[in-house]
Design a protein around this ligand. Structure first.
Ligand SMILES: [Zn+2]
Length: 246
């Protein structure tokens, strides 16, 4: 099969905001890229739309939420992300719509990122594996909220106490999209990405996947993307330009 090369993502930015549906969404492929960027001195913040509280069969949501938030905070710390925001929307039954856009818009206006990263929100992961409803709702709300954030007259009630519209997001990058055409070399930070996924210990144990090895798992995808960039490991992203005239 012909290998389609991945174009290197731009790195001439200072601030990124990652908005994903669940704790662990960043760690299943993108964390090593985050470690690379924070290592370059960039500022990255995580925002979890849910706390993944419906993610462990043996743990009721109220107990699970606490465990998973703590795991996410630790997993973020490992890759140089000091702050994790939790929006506390319901895990598993997240709905795309104006209320979700409103919440994400508020976060974008507060953090004023140049790049917003989200998870794959295409219908599948490529092939027959269907994507999950929360991921699709989140990604769609993220691209809309990035535009909303720049429009003074959308969610105008947020613009108090000095909060201003923010139209400075250059692009939304969706990690793990089957339509990825861009990538970033994660060879040097690959181990940090593994460590970051391993921080989701209770979640991984709760999955009950026999012999699941975080390193092996990440190596598989990392190598595939790496091959497309001529490096050992890479992470891949679909790019949605948000500015006009780019
Ligand atoms: Zn998820």
């Amino acid at each position: 099969m012909e290998i389609v090369p991945l174009e290197p993502l731009p790195e001439d930015w200072e601030r990124a905001l990652c908005v994903v549906a669940h704790p662990d969404d960043m760690e299943f492929g993108a964390a090593a890229a985050i470690a690379r960027w924070t290592g370059q001195g960039k500022e990255v913040t995580y925002c979890m739309v849910t706390s993944g509280e419906a993610g462990i069969d043996a743990l009721p949501p109220d107990e699970c939420r606490v465990v998973r938030e703590a795991e996410q905070v630790e997993s973020a710390r490992i890759v140089g992300v000091p702050h994790v925001e939790f929006l506390h929307q319901p895990d598993g039954i997240l709905e795309y719509g104006v209320p979700l856009r409103r919440q994400i818009t508020h976060v974008v206006r507060r953090f004023r990122p140049e790049i917003v990263i989200t998870g794959n929100f295409r219908d599948t992961w490529g092939g027959v594996n269907l994507n999950q409803a929360d991921h699709i709702a989140t990604g769609r709300a993220v691209v809309d909220a990035v535009r909303d954030a720049g429009n003074r007259w959308v969610f105008n009630e947020q613009l108090v106490d000095g909060l201003e519209p923010w139209g400075g997001v250059r692009a939304v990058w969706a990690t793990g999209s089957p339509d990825s055409r861009y990538g970033v070399d994660t060879t040097d930070t690959f181990d940090l990405g593994v460590e970051s996924l391993e921080a989701h210990r209770a979640y991984i144990d709760g999955l009950g996947w026999e012999h699941f090895d975080p390193r092996e798992f990440l190596e598989g995808f990392g190598r595939q993307a790496g091959q497309r960039m001529g490096v050992a490991f890479a992470a891949q992203f679909e790019v949605f330009p948000m500015g006009w005239g780019e």
